[in-house]
Design a protein around this ligand. Structure first.
Ligand SMILES: O=C[C@H](O)[C@@H](O)[C@@H](O)[C@H](O)C(=O)O
Length: 473
């Protein structure tokens, strides 16, 4: 009997199989956005068991378990690692149709050589086999990066981070992967949050002078200094998470006043919040442009919706979802404002709302520029759309309205070292889509040509676009 994850899995025709096996499969990985922990890479962490590496931090699995009515103690609570794994195994058969079912079995197959389907019945054997394999040097963090030929990994880091772990990684001759930080200044834009004042203090502490920030000008200077520091440490990417991307024009004087009111803990109007955010984003984008960075905008998540659970577990624990809102005007206005002053950096826009794919694909066509292929990009299917249907929708919108040949492709966006197979998943779906176009006569059956485009989307485009120092290929 053939296994579920077989050689031609998801490749439904001959052309798709050729594209995947002869072109996509061999390409290295350029993982330009993830949430891996630099400290774990620096210490070359070896995981004790499957729960540690697979279930800890994975809010996708947690949501599915809650959906099945599992008690929280088996999800994020105090149950033993073994009991948590057994409970997850029991849930897996009921995830059919959800990407979790695919991801789970693809990860078991590629990392552990396990082709049995995970369920209550097979759980014990799989737990033991995987835990044993996890002790192998090939399964340490560095072992995994090597196995999957991960040439670049961009972690997600606070502007105030010392980046000491990145420095250790860079000095370690055993780590071939170029691991660089991404600058994620969400808290700098969150003037309404009760901790904004503490954040500004933290930011002051991270600058060379350590001088207390009291004015907006000092605040922007401090952020600029930290962008410079990240750059020195190899950073070439920033990342922002927005509910919506407001764009409300403002001037320095107004925003300075709003900033000092925020520092005093005064209540700000929605308009003031948006003005501060818009103006600060223009400054930040200017820095990214100056350093030749890529600005990533993740837009459209409504977060921490379950207050009771937020109080218990905090953020990123599986209580975020898709926001509906208007984006076209503010997105165009924001990009336009940067473009007017020649300050628009290379930009990737991800949306959590797939009804916006066509709109975004059309908007980015307004801001492409000489000398850079696909300067403004639409990011791959993000989060709830990091699955077959989501990827096909994103690729279809991008290819119909823009140029898919310039697309920088896939990233894991994951907190787990077992997620590198997401690239394989994406590649199979991409090859199946283009292979089907060949079979249906919509593309020529010229494999060198179409295969070359596949190789570009899998790796070459990202390598060229991000231009991360030290890349050896
Ligand atoms: O795929 C889902 C992601 O990891 C999600 O948790 C992140 O994208 C995170 O919310 C972020 O804002 O960076």
């Amino acid at each position: 009997m053939s296994t579920f994850i077989h050689e031609d899995w998801l490749l439904q025709n001959k052309s798709a199989q050729i594209l995947y096996h002869d072109y996509a499969k061999k390409m290295p990985i350029h993982d330009f956005h993830n949430h891996l922990t630099p400290a774990e890479i620096a210490s070359n962490r070896q995981f004790n068991n499957m729960t540690e590496i697979w279930l800890g931090g994975d809010h996708y699995k947690w949501r599915a378990m809650r959906w099945l009515g599992i008690e929280e103690r088996f999800i994020t609570g105090d149950a033993s690692d073994e009991d948590k794994f057994m409970m997850w195994a029991k849930c897996v058969p009921y995830t059919v149709g959800n990407p979790l079912y695919h991801w789970t079995h693809l990860e078991l197959a590629r990392y552990f050589g396990i082709h049995e389907l995970l369920s209550e019945d097979t759980a014990r054997g799989i737990w033991e086999k995987c835990n044993e394999k996890l002790q192998d040097p090939s399964m340490s963090t560095n072992g995994i990066l090597k196995q999957f030929d991960v040439r670049v990994a961009c972690t997600t880091d606070a502007p105030t981070d010392s980046l000491e772990h990145h420095q250790q990684i860079a000095k370690n001759p055993d780590i071939d992967t170029v691991v660089v930080p991404s600058f994620r200044p969400d808290r700098a834009l969150d003037v309404v949050h009760a901790t904004f004042k503490d954040y500004v203090q933290e930011l002051s502490g991270s600058t060379k002078s350590g001088q207390t920030i009291t004015t907006y000008t000092q605040f922007i200077e401090a952020l600029g200094e930290r962008v410079g520091y990240f750059h020195e440490q190899g950073g070439r990417v920033s990342d922002h998470g927005f509910e919506t991307l407001p764009y409300v024009p403002a001037n320095e004087q107004e925003v300075s006043f709003i900033f000092s009111r925020a520092l005093n803990g005064e209540t700000l109007s929605q308009e003031e919040i948006h003005k501060h955010q818009s103006f600060t984003m223009l400054h930040l984008a200017g820095f990214y442009h100056q350093y030749g960075w890529v600005m990533q905008l993740h837009i459209g998540a409504i977060r921490n919706n379950n207050e009771r659970m937020f109080k218990l577990l905090g953020r990123d624990t599986g209580y975020d979802s898709i926001l509906d809102y208007d984006l076209a005007r503010s997105l165009n206005a924001f990009l336009n404002q940067l473009e007017q002053f020649n300050q628009l950096p290379k930009t990737i826009i991800y949306t959590l709302n797939p009804t916006q794919y066509e709109m975004i694909a059309s908007a980015i066509g307004n801001f492409q520029a000489a000398g850079i292929r696909g300067k403004v990009q639409m990011g791959s299917g993000w989060w709830f759309h990091d699955q077959k249907d989501g990827m096909i929708r994103q690729l279809t919108a991008l290819s119909s309205i823009g140029l898919m040949s310039t697309f920088v492709g896939m990233l894991t966006d994951s907190r787990s070292f077992l997620s590198f197979t997401r690239h394989e998943y994406f590649r199979r779906i991409l090859c199946n889509l283009m292979g089907t176009w060949i079979e249906e006569g919509e593309l020529p059956s010229d494999f060198t040509f179409i295969g070359g485009i596949i190789e570009d989307i899998c790796y070459n485009n990202a390598k060229q676009y991000f231009d991360i120092r030290g890349l050896s290929v």
